[in-house]
Design a protein around this ligand. Structure first.
Ligand code: PBG
Length: 339
């Protein structure tokens, strides 16, 4: 008997044929590199729970951005780790804030790299929530330990200011991750009113209340001091709701929508891509990074094989771009293996 399916598979021993019938191509163009930037000079502070990921002062961040650009990685995503925190996260929109300075410097030194900025308050608020709290925060800490309440609409005003300050500094894309209702609209309107019509919005539309963010919270020093994020981030059990979130964000003016995390949510990526024609980003988050990194440091798994497989899987599910802490390694591996 002659079986066409297995014939093609057997012929795949030839790498040429394997490439001819391959359905999904991972490309360096798909990668976005997240970076943590902090005040100071010549600082490279390792993040314990994310081995290999390092918080950088601006001088070192420039070097990192240059390296990314040399590897043809198209974009960086900036997270600030500020010195000052307060109840309302005011440092997040300071003209001299760490992210604003970082943007100006990258734009000057590495002008060809796309600069995307995280727009959220959690690393800027003393309580570590993504928005401002309703009422008196110290009362909230005492009385509403479990059921904290975020003042959605007051938070929108602040997020819009943050996004505007990033645009003024030269950001190409702002990425609101606070999961406040109406955040895309508030930001879009403010940008347009101030003549930043060209600054795009990448919205964290379907952001789940996930345990996979654990290591990031150490990195960004953004662990909630009380309560959790379940009142504003999504229930991992829901996918129809994700479709509604994405739809709302596109209607509000999002240019790119995001699903986050990636691995436990491949069906969400798939559904979103099928339903909407908008570019879809997937965030391969900190916990997903650390699990692979630590197991490979122990010699238990093949790091390169697993990462290329995971990134290909995320792309096959429908992601047009992938935010990954493995961006630099992946860029090298993709080139060297003609993957
Ligand atoms: C801030 C934000 C988080 C991440 C990106 N932006 C954390 C959170 O919601 O707690 C997580 C990224 C990662 O885990 O890699 N709102």
């Amino acid at each position: 008997m002659s079986y066409p399916l297995s014939r093609l598979r057997r012929l795949r021993k030839s790498s040429g044929l394997r490439r001819m019938i391959r359905e999904t191509y991972l490309s360096v163009n798909d990668l976005i590199m997240p970076c943590f930037v902090m005040p100071g000079r010549r600082i490279r502070r390792p993040i314990k729970s994310m081995p290999g990921v390092i918080k950088l002062s601006i001088d070192n961040l420039i070097r990192e951005a240059r390296e990314a650009s040399t590897l043809s990685i198209p974009a960086v995503l900036l997270f600030g780790v500020p010195r000052e925190k307060d109840e309302k996260g005011t440092e997040a929109y300071s003209e001299k804030g760490i992210v604003q300075q970082a943007i100006r410097n990258i734009k000057k030194e590495v002008p060809d790299i796309v600069v995307i900025t995280d727009v959220c308050l959690c690393s800027y608020t003393s309580h570590g929530h993504c928005g401002v709290l309703e009422g008196n925060p110290s009362q909230a800490a005492g009385h509403r330990y479990k059921d904290i309440r975020i003042d959605n609409d007051r938070t929108l005003e602040i997020l819009a200011k943050v996004a505007l300050s990033h645009a003024k500094a030269g950001a190409d894309i702002v990425a609101p991750s606070a999961m406040m209702d109406g955040q895309v609209k508030a930001i879009r309107e403010t940008l347009d009113k101030n003549n930043f019509n060209d600054v795009a919005v990448m919205s964290y539309s379907a952001k789940y209340a996930s345990a996979f963010y654990g290591p990031f919270r150490e990195a960004a020093d953004s662990t909630p001091q009380f309560g959790d994020r379940k009142t504003y981030q999504m229930d991992p059990a829901n996918v129809e709701e994700a479709i509604r979130e994405v739809k709302a964000d596109i209607e509000e003016g999002a240019d790119i929508v995001m699903v986050k995390p990636a691995l436990a949510y491949l069906d969400v990526i798939y559904r979103v891509k099928r339903k909407f024609s908008c570019p879809v980003a997937a965030y391969n988050v900190s916990g997903e990074y650390s699990m692979i990194k630590v197991a490979s440091q122990k010699g238990w798994i093949n790091e390169k094989g697993i990462i290329l497989e995971i990134l290909t899987g995320i792309k096959r599910a429908g992601a047009d771009m992938i935010i990954t802490y493995y961006a630099k390694e992946a860029a090298e591996w993709i080139q060297e293996t003609r993957y």
